[in-house]
Design a protein around this ligand. Structure first.
Ligand code: ADP
Length: 982
């Protein structure tokens, strides 16, 4: 079919027999002869032209209808023309593949082989050729090549290749990808031995060798992940899969795939490691050593973990000195040797580069210590002798800065530190940092605890000091106040009386300050014990207002009371403390107000069954600016605390008030604006009192035998004079033993025992409580009521005395009125009701109850001037006075009233018709009615002689007053019998 062999022309073909012609016509494909002109004018085209192109050959021959060029795919024209031209010029045949477009428009691939014929002088005669339909082959080839390229790209992407060992021929084949994975050069020819040697020596190479042996001997296949070292020296993870083929029991072929899984494997290994690191960190976090901040143990644990988890040969902890220029090794773990202590140090001046690096970075990852600038100084003295190759250092930081470093080192092998290793060490350093900090915090807490113990001891010492001071101050104060009271009982020249009154006021003021300071320290020490007694809140508030009224009046300020909402007013609580708070607020209001008024309003609120007493003290005074308001409730705080300040005061009042309010389950609040006025409000929990009203009983003190036990001579003198003044018989004992001796003497001589004993608390030898216990333990004495009078001012509260068996308790100095009232309460109590501990608060709650109605007295007096004076005085003292001009008239009047109408009879002695002596005897005999036989009769006598007094008492009178009658003395005497306020 080669045209070059052809010697005949197409024209010549025809005449040569049918046989040849039919051969030409039947050959599948086009056989043609054309001119070598531009259109390739066809001279001959075989019949098969029709099959291939759809055109009749006749239509193409001599370009009858179209030229051959027209059926060539336009995109291929150039290619075909070039090939043909080249062939013609070079006198070569051409072989080209191109597309034609058939009559039906279908594109078909054809292969043409052709050649030009020349005459002897090398002129082209014509072109001959054969065109074959290669469409199907072409498409199959296309498919194949597409598949192949797909496979290639797959194997490239999957980094997977194939290999085969022909054992018969002893040859090894590696696909391109296998070669690429091994990174071998193009001219490298692998063989079985070299292939195995690519596996990493040790485990990996041993493993593949034994797997290969098993494959060729036992026919076992393998599938394994191993490390190879590539031609260029890189470590690479691969998955090797292999299987063998046997022929007649002989292994002839081993083949399989080879895949690079490096990235994936490394990720997997990293994530395994990260997991392990995290687990280790989690374990460390909850480790008991860490929890308990046992720093020594934590350090050991940390270095051990580093060795195990990071797989390094050396791990150590270094801690900075204070200046951070020296690192001290605290703990080191060496593989195979365990954890040990070390006293190695690193000086910044010897290793400046290293220190600079740690100051700058929190983590230094050094793959090669010999080349890294930070460790270059270490080579000779450290890394080389220990064969250290890589180092990973994390700085232990805390909020206060760098504490030290954690250092992991590999020995004999280089390590490329991974992200997760760095993260692990950094986390471990943080954990360690916080552990170290919490240990320091613990140490600080210990110190604080010590300081607290010291402070507590100081507080105890302070309260002891206060107790002592209180005693030391109160003892003389008792003397001063007692004596002043006694002096006041005497008739004095006016100027002296005024001076005594001033001295008494000053002494009371001093006592007030002392009480404040003491109260405050008691409150601070939580030692204020509240009383729980019945009181009339209306009276209490009224009295506080009345007490401040004088001061207010003198400044031209009005005190207004609004007690409408105070219902009910009989309450149970601590009236003494409420009075204290209120007195402070009202006296402040008066003190800081120059014009206007002070409004005191009170209300009782009932919430969920609880009662709250609310009292508001509102003034129109100087006010308090907002910024000063809160701090005023702190002790010693005053708006103006300068030395030039206008107002006096200790600055304790509000602090105490606040504490007391809180103690009573309430609070204190303030609304104020500078220049406008202030409004202090308090709220306190109270309960409602049972309506039973107690009065101070009337008792003849002069019937009482009282034993006073006190080591202080002044006190003994004061109290015996005070009681003696009321007619009581007083026995004095200077200590407990003396008291017991006096009691025993009474017993031995079969005399009646003491009615009441008043004991001092602080006495040498045996104190008041001890003595109380001794008396209560003895059947002979246990019924004697005991009164505690202490100058320690009850740092421990009244309860202690009540528990010990005392019936009454008074801090010194005690007023005579309180003392007498207490004695009356106690001595009149015939054990029918259990009394609460009698205190000043209790006494005042009783006394107030009494003042609600006016007491009536019968004044028996013949002298008109005396009648007038006495009536005025009595009225001033709130008495309802009925006048009788002589004894007889007195008897007549009395007869017309029931018992207790008159609280007492004030009886003149010298009178016409019937004198005082006779009248008294007649009353005692029932001449004024049985109901008045026991009425109190007080003589008013001008004779101060002892014999007169005796005469009065002998005639049945209870007591006497010397004329001229003085208001104070009258008041005191009446109080004794009536329980009215002094
Ligand atoms: P003291 O009055 O003894 O200084 P307080 O604790 O009772 O102590 O009061 C503290 C300060 O609060 C007073 O010094 C005063 O500056 C201010 N203060 C209290 N009450 C008033 C008031 N009603 N009006 C103006 N200032 C007041």
């Amino acid at each position: 079919m080669d045209n070059t062999e052809q010697k005949t022309t197409a024209l010549d073909l025809h005449p040569q027999g049918d046989q040849f012609a039919s051969l030409l016509e039947n050959i599948p494909g086009i056989i043609y002869r054309c001119k070598c002109d531009k259109q390739w004018t066809m001279l001959y085209m075989s019949k098969q032209t029709k099959t291939l192109t759809g055109y009749d050959p006749q239509a193409l021959i001599n370009n009858k209808q179209l030229s051959f060029l027209d059926i060539i795919h336009p995109d291929d024209h150039v290619k075909v023309e070039q090939a043909v031209r080249f062939g013609v010029e070079q006198q070569q045949s051409w072989s080209i593949e191109y597309r034609i477009v058939s009559q039906s428009g279908e594109t078909r691939w054809v292969h043409e082989k052709g050649r030009a014929s020349y005459d002897t002088s090398a002129n082209v005669l014509f072109l001959d050729g054969f065109i074959n339909d290669i469409t199907e082959r072409y498409q199959a080839q296309l498919k194949l090549s597409r598949q192949q390229s797909l496979l290639e790209s797959m194997s490239k992407q999957g980094q997977i290749g194939a290999w085969e060992i022909d054992l018969k021929a002893q040859t090894l084949f590696w696909s391109d990808e296998v070669r690429a994975i091994h990174e071998v050069p193009d001219d490298f020819t692998p063989d079985i031995a070299t292939a195995i040697n690519f596996y990493k020596p040790g485990y990996h190479r041993d493993k593949i060798t034994s797997l290969f042996d098993n494959a060729i001997t036992k026919g076992e296949s393998w599938n394994i992940e191993l490390l190879i070292i590539t031609y260029s020296g890189k470590e690479r993870w691969v998955r090797a899969i292999g299987q063998s083929e046997f022929e007649q029991g002989q292994c002839v072929r081993v083949f399989g795939s080879f895949q690079s899984i490096d990235t994936h494997k490394r990720l997997e290994l990293e994530s395994d490691k990260a997991n392990r690191y995290n687990k280790n960190l989690a374990m460390l976090t909850v480790a008991p050593q860490v929890q308990s901040s046992n720093v020594q143990e934590v350090k050991k644990l940390a270095v051990k973990s580093m060795c195990e988890v990071l797989g390094v040969q050396r791990a150590s902890i270094w801690i900075f000195n204070e200046k951070r220029d020296v690192l001290f090794c605290h703990s080191i773990c060496i593989k195979g040797q365990g954890v040990q202590s070390s006293n190695a140090t690193l000086n910044a001046k010897d290793y400046p580069a290293y220190f600079k690096a740690i100051y700058k970075q929190n983590l230094i990852a050094i793959d090669n210590v010999e080349t890294h600038p930070a460790t270059i100084d270490f080579i000779e003295g450290y890394t080389k002798p220990f064969n250290i190759k890589s180092m990973l250092d994390a700085v232990i930081t805390t909020g206060d800065g760098n504490l030290g470093i954690l250092c992991a080192e590999t020995v004999g092998e280089f390590r490329q530190w991974t992200q997760s290793e760095e993260t692990y060490l950094r986390s471990l350093a943080t954990l360690l940092g916080s552990s170290l900090v919490s240990q320091r915090r613990k140490a600080t807490a210990e110190k604080l605890k010590d300081a607290l113990i010291q402070a507590e001891a100081a507080a105890v010492a302070k309260s002891q000091f206060l107790a002592t001071m209180s005693h030391e101050i109160r003892t003389p104060m008792n003397g001063v106040l007692g004596m002043l009271e006694l002096i006041q009982l005497e008739s004095l020249p006016k100027p002296i009386e005024t001076k005594v009154a001033i001295a008494k006021t000053s002494a009371h003021a001093l006592l007030g300050v002392i009480n404040d300071i003491l109260d405050f320290s008691k409150a601070e020490a939580g030692k204020i014990a509240l009383e729980n007694i019945n009181f009339n809140a209306r009276d209490l508030i009224g009295e506080v207002a009345a007490a401040q009224a004088f001061m207010a009046q003198s400044k031209g300020i009005e005190i207004i009371l609004d007690l409408v909402a105070l219902e009910p007013s009989y309450l149970c609580g601590d009236p003494g403390r409420i009075r204290q708070i209120l007195t402070n607020l009202v006296s402040n209001a008066v003190k800081f107000t120059h014009r206007g008024e002070v409004l005191i309003s009170a209300a009782l609120k009932r919430t969920k069954g609880a009662l709250t007493l609310q009292i508001t003290v509102k003034d129109t005074g100087i006010g308090i600016s907002e910024d000063k308001q809160q701090q005023l409730f702190s002790p010693f705080m005053q708006v103006d605390a300068s030395t030039t300040r206008e107002y006096g005061g200790s600055g304790l009042g509000l602090a105490i008030s606040k504490q007391l309010c809180e103690l009573m389950g309430g609070e204190i609040s303030l609304k104020s604006a500078a220049g406008v006025g202030s409004e202090f409000s308090i709220s306190l929990n109270v309960t409602q009192a049972e309506q039973q009203v107690h009065y101070i009983p009337t008792v003849n003190i002069n019937q009482l035998n009282i034993l006073v036990v006190d080591d202080n001579e002044t006190n003994r003198l004061v109290i015996s004079e005070q009681l003696g003044h009321w007619g009581a018989k007083v026995a004095l004992a200077y200590d407990a033993a003396h008291a017991l001796a006096l009691c025993k003497a009474k017993l031995d001589s079969k005399q009646p025992l003491y009615d009441i004993a008043v004991l001092d608390m602080q006495m040498p030898g045996m104190d008041g409580i001890e003595l109380c216990k001794r008396l209560k333990a003895d059947d002979n004495y246990k019924h004697i009521p005991l009164v505690m009078m202490t100058s320690i001012a009850g740092m421990e509260g009244a309860q202690r005395y009540s528990d010990a068996g005392f019936q009454a308790y008074f801090p010194k100095p005690v007023t005579t009125a309180d003392l007498i009232s207490a004695l009356s309460v106690i001595s009149s109590n015939n054990q029918q009701e259990t009394l609460p501990l009698v205190t000043s608060g209790y006494i005042s709650s009783l006394r107030k109850a009494k003042t609600t109605d006016l007491a009536a007295v019968l004044l028996v007096e013949d002298n008109p001037i005396n009648q007038q004076v006495s009536t005025l005085m009595l009225k001033k003292l709130n008495y309802d006075v009925t006048l009788a001009e002589n004894g007889q008239q007195a008897l007549d009047i009395l007869r017309g009233y029931e018992q207790n109408h008159f609280k007492m009879v004030l009886m003149d002695c010298q009178m016409p018709v019937m004198d005082g002596y006779d009248a008294s005897r007649a009353i005692r005999n029932g001449a004024a009615g049985q109901q008045h036989k026991a009425i109190n009769i007080i003589a008013l006598t001008a004779n101060a002689m002892e014999s007169d007094k005796q005469r009065c008492l002998a005639s049945g009178m209870d007591d006497y007053l010397s004329k001229p009658i003085q208001l104070d003395i009258l008041k005191a005497k009446l109080a004794q019998y009536e329980g009215v306020d002094l």
